[in-house]
Ligand binder design. Structure first.
Ligand SMILES: [Zn+2]
Length: 71
């Protein structure tokens, strides 16, 4: 009677994988939209908005003012 058990999928793992895929799709979409608006297309490490603009060697977020890459 072991064949019946093998045919049963594990629902929780499938649900987790779907959520991760949806998250990546959302990031890719946000990045593409940001580039069309003149932004770098990378998420801000402080606020998470895709509103980084390049200034010399620095990336500055126009949403919260955080900078990265300058050090
Ligand atoms: Zn920010």
């Amino acid at each position: 009677m072991g064949a019946m058990e093998a045919a049963s999928p594990v629902g929780e793992n499938t649900d987790l994988a779907l959520s991760a895929r949806e998250f990546e799709d959302d990031l890719a979409f946000s990045s593409r939209m940001a580039k069309t608006k003149g932004y770098e297309g990378d998420p801000c490490s402080e606020c998470g908005h895709f509103t980084l603009v390049r200034g010399g060697t620095c990336l500055r977020c126009v949403s919260c003012g955080a900078t990265s890459g300058c050090s």
